[in-house]
Design a protein around this ligand. Sequence first.
Ligand SMILES: Nc1nc2c(ncn2[C@@H]2O[C@H](COP(=O)(O)OP(=O)(O)O)[C@@H](O)[C@H]2O)c(=O)[nH]1
Ligand SMILES: Nc1ncnc2c1ncn2[C@@H]1O[C@H](COP(=O)(O)OP(=O)(O)O)[C@@H](O)[C@H]1O
Length: 215
Amino acid sequence: MAATNTSLIHRRGLMLVLSSPSGAGKTTIARGLLERDAGITMSVSVTTRPMRPGEAEGLDYYFIDQQRFDHMADTGDLLEHARVFGNCYGTPRVAVEDALGAGRDVLFAIDWQGAQQLAQNARDDLVSVFVLPPSVGELERRLRGRGQDSEEVIANRMAKASNEISHWPEYDYVIVNSDVNESIAAVEAILHAERLRRRRQVGLPEFVRSIQDTL
Ligand SMILES: Nc1nc2c(ncn2[C@@H]2O[C@H](COP(=O)(O)OP(=O)(O)O)[C@@H](O)[C@H]2O)c(=O)[nH]1
Ligand SMILES: Nc1ncnc2c1ncn2[C@@H]1O[C@H](COP(=O)(O)OP(=O)(O)O)[C@@H](O)[C@H]1O
């Protein structure tokens, strides 16, 4: 019997978006996923917000001034961008397109406005996950526990949490982040299943034909 050729199948990279109210844990879940899965890379955003203690340039964000941000937005260098909590945030286009082109998946920790923009431009490549906190009290504890923001910043983020949460029905998946390891495992399961979607497996018809030809 003739051998079939599994190398006919290639995978299109996908964009995995995590959104949540500030402090619900999307950055923590993203870091956990990056440690466990070598096939996904983080999209590092540009932002005009000041660097927090413990953050690193090029790792957490590229910290840029307003003039540079406006220039990037005007010249189409950003795949999506939005104003959040009074600062500007955006996704550099080239890094994402290079990764997807190389068949790698890309992880985003962005807000609902960014998720909507990606959905408008590339719905088929997008998988979106909304992360809810187990309770309001726990959300506030996590924001304080992070120990990186002033009382004013924390109050502002709590005030905006309701608006962010109101967008949960726009997402493909919703998880409640109670236990962080369970949440990471849940997002890992979503990623594994989404990789197997028929439309992402380029060359599948040819592979199936090669099987049928040998039957
Ligand atoms: N649209 C968009 N939102 C972003 C981007 N980067 C970060 N954000 C969102 O901006 C908000 C504030 O982020 P940040 O200042 O890091 O605070 P944190 O999420 O509380 O740690 C969060 O909702 C992020 O998801 C981006 O590139 N685009
Ligand atoms: N499941 C969890 N249980 C307890 N603490 C958590 C959990 N997930 C995240 N945290 C903590 O909550 C704080 C906020 O998490 P972070 O990932 O920075 O949130 P976000 O990126 O959504 O603003 C951090 O101190 C983090 O260690």
